[in-house]
Design a protein around this ligand. Structure first.
Ligand code: PMP
Length: 353
């Protein structure tokens, strides 16, 4: 067979302690798993009930347009209509479909280190990659991003807050970046962690996608909604972008239980915001503990913290975290903010040096 040679360097990502992570996923285990920026609580009760109800109709294909889900997303994002809502099998698929609609040949520009999926999707979809270094403070440098844009650039992908650093470009700076980019370049805001941003001014970020023809805001049900297993992502996009997106979207890519759960969860804005506040408080508690123990960390706006603490210190305390080496920060670790008990274990682990 003749495989595409550009796929040769791609390898599935295997964390070094995969067996222990799977053990932790199976239930009460010796290890606490804080490796994947998941939420440590289950879905909201209403979302769980909606899944159960949808199973009775599992003989039927899912609702083709996911109308209820789109309506719930539009209602939660003032100023948008269902024509602005795009959906996918996780925000990973939303990002992939967004890049699939852009003209070839071309390249994507993105800050680096960031989410490893960007260069991988680009390679799979036949786009080139142009990573742009973060600043010394591990933050995004919008001017450097702009300077990296060339005639071949089809999209700038901005992870905001950035995984794994947790830094967040303020909305005013994102707006300025959007205004300075050529109109043919799509600005993809990957806002997987946006509910954890504590700056109230960031809340209306989706409006940028409604007022600017080349901005899309991509979000997920995998984090604050606690629905990672169901794989649902969405985005707010200008109508022409949403229209092209629909051309490449696989029919039924968001399954029926996932549509039901996401719709129910999106309608519970107050409960979701309460969860986000809990995570933010716990994030501050962990950061204070790191500071008190004399460890360097990057103040985070996500549900995770990048800290200059070796991963094996956590592991000795029964806590699995993501080793910084694989994320571009050797000697550092990315710690997901868990529930109170899990976060207590994190604090115990760093106290036991
Ligand atoms: N974007 C970022 C920045 C992420 O960290 C993740 C998950 N780790 C995703 C997108 C993808 O999430 P999902 O496909 O589960 O929505």
């Amino acid at each position: 067979m003749r495989f595409r040679p550009e796929l040769d360097p791609l390898r599935p990502y295997r964390p070094p302690h995969l067996a222990k992570e799977l053990e932790a996923d199976r239930g009460p285990a010796g290890y606490v798993k804080l490796t994947m920026n998941e939420l440590s609580f289950g879905p909201l009760p209403g979302a769980e009930a909606a899944v159960r109800e949808s199973l009775a109709r599992a003989n039927r294909y899912p609702e083709r347009e996911a109308a209820a889900l789109r309506e719930a997303v539009a209602a939660a994002n003032p100023g948008s209509s269902t024509a602005n809502v795009i959906i996918g099998n996780g925000s990973s698929e939303v990002l992939s479909n967004l890049l699939a609609i852009l003209e070839r040949p071309g390249e994507i520009v993105y800050p680096w280190p960031s989410f490893s999926l960007y260069p991988a999707i680009a390679r799979i979809l036949g786009l080139e990659s142009r990573p742009v270094e973060l600043t010394a403070e591990k933050a995004v440098d919008p001017e450097a991003l702009l300077a990296a844009v060339t005639e071949r650039t089809r999209a700038v992908v901005l992870c905001n807050p950035n995984n794994p650093t947790g830094t967040c470009l303020p909305l005013a700076a994102v707006r300025e970046l959007a205004a300075s980019l050529p109109e043919e370049v799509l600005l993809v805001l990957d806002e997987a962690y946006y509910e954890f941003v504590s700056d109230p001014a960031y809340a209306g970020s989706h409006e940028l996608a409604l007022s600017t023809p080349n901005v899309v805001s991509a979000r997920t049900f995998s984090k604050v909604h606690g629905l990672a297993a169901l794989r649902v992502g969405y985005g707010i996009a200008p109508e022409p972008v949403a229209d092209y997106f629909e051309r490449v979207r696989f029919p039924f890519s968001v399954n029926a239980p996932a549509q039901a759960a996401a719709t129910a969860s999106m309608r519970e804005g107050d409960l979701i915001r309460k969860r986000a506040r809990f995570v933010i408080e716990e994030r501050e508690r962990l950061q204070s503990a790191f500071a008190a123990a004399g460890y360097d960390y990057v103040p985070s706006q996500g549900n995770f913290i990048l800290a200059k603490i070796p991963a094996d210190l956590f592991e000795r305390g029964g806590v699995l975290v993501r080793e910084g080496e694989a994320l571009g920060f050797p000697g550092w670790s990315r710690i997901t903010v868990g529930d109170s008990g899990e976060n207590d274990r994190v604090i115990e682990a760093i106290s036991a040096r």
